[in-house]
Ligand binder design. Structure first.
Ligand code: DGL
Length: 256
C-alpha cells in the first residue's frame, strides 16, 4: 500500500499544472491531491514525443504505486503525447487530460479569429490538428508555438522585462487582430494579464475548469471522497530541495 491511498495524482512538466490543480481544488474541495512537478526536465514542449511518453509512464506508475485512485495529466503537451497510451495501459484507472479549449472559443459568437498559444510539441501533434480541423470551419485559427514561454513562467518572475519582451516577440504582431485567445499550455494562465497587456483586452480560454469537471464525472458513482473529508495537497518535484516546493505553494496562491 502506498502512502497516498485514495489521493488524486496530478502531474505536469513543472509548475504550470498548478493552474489545473487550482481548478480541481475548486471543483473537488474534499479530495486530497498529490502534485508532481517534473521541473528538472521542463520544458516538455521542445522534447521528442518518445521521451515525453517515457516520462509520463514513469510518473503515472509512481503515482499509482503510491496509491492514487485517479490521474490528472495537468499538461497539454503530455496529454497530446501520452493520454491514449496511458489509458490503454491502465484501463481500470480514471485518467483525465487537458487540451486546448478550442471548442468553447469557436462556439462563442463573434470569435472569427482565434489565437492559440501552446508549446511547440502541442501545435505540431495530430491531436491538435484534429481539434483545429473540427473547429476551423467556424473560425480562423492561428496557432503559435510559444518556445521559451513555459520556461520563463516556471521561474516565477511574472513582472520582469524578460517575460514582457518574449511575449512581444511571440504574439505582438496580433495586437488588435484576434477576437479570443486559447491558452493551450497550463503554464500560461498564470500570465494572462501580461499576455493581455501585449494583445489587448480579449477573452481567454483554457482547459482547467473542463478538466476538473471531467475528473468529477469520472469519479462519480463511488470514487469521490466523502464530504466529511478535509481536502489537501502534497507537493513533489524532480528538482530536489525545499525551494522548489515553496515555489509550487507560491504558484498555488497566485490569482488566475
Ligand atoms: N505545461 C505544459 C503544457 O500544458 C508544458 C510546458 C512545457 O514543459 O513545455 O503543455
Amino acid at each position: 500500500m502506498g502512502s497516498f491511498e485514495g489521493y488524486i495524482g496530478v502531474f505536469d512538466s513543472g509548475a504550470g499544472g498548478i493552474s489545473v490543480l487550482k481548478a480541481l481544488i475548486d471543483e473537488l474541495p474534499h479530495e486530497r491531491f498529490v502534485f508532481f512537478g517534473d521541473s528538472r526536465y521542463t520544458p516538455y514542449g521542445d522534447k521528442p514525443a518518445s521521451w515525453i511518453l517515457d516520462r509520463c509512464r514513469h510518473l503515472t506508475q509512481w503515482l499509482l504505486d503510491e496509491g492514487c485512485k485517479a490521474i490528472v495529466i495537468a499538461c497539454n503537451t503530455a496529454t497530446s503525447v501520452a493520454a491514449d497510451t496511458l489509458r490503454s495501459e491502465h484501463p481500470d484507472v480514471p485518467i483525465v487530460g487537458v487540451e486546448p479549449a478550442l471548442k468553447p472559443a469557436a462556439l462563442a459568437p463573434h470569435h472569427r479569429h482565434i489565437l492559440v498559444m501552446a508549446t511547440n510539441a502541442t501545435v505540431h501533434l495530430d491531436k491538435f490538428h484534429k481539434l483545429a480541423r473540427e473547429y476551423g470551419s467556424r473560425s480562423q485559427i492561428t496557432a503559435i508555438p510559444c518556445v521559451g514561454l513555459a520556461d520563463c513562467i516556471e521561474k516565477g518572475d511574472f513582472e520582469g522585462p524578460e517575460l514582457h519582451g518574449l511575449l512581444e516577440r511571440l504574439v505582438g504582431e496580433y495586437r488588435g487582430a484576434v477576437d479570443s485567445v486559447v491558452l493551450g499550455c497550463t503554464h500560461y494562465p498564470f500570465v494572462k494579464r501580461q499576455i493581455a497587456e501585449v494583445l489587448g483586452d480579449v477573452p481567454f480560454y483554457d482547459g482547467s475548469a473542463g478538466t476538473a469537471r471531467q475528473t468529477r464525472r469520472l469519479l462519480e458513482g463511488g470514487m469521490l471522497a466523502p464530504e466529511s473529508q478535509q481536502g489537501g495537497v502534497e507537493f513533489f518535484s524532480s528538482n530536489e530541495g525545499t525551494r522548489q516546493i515553496e515555489l509550487y505553494r507560491w504558484f498555488l496562491a497566485q490569482p488566475i
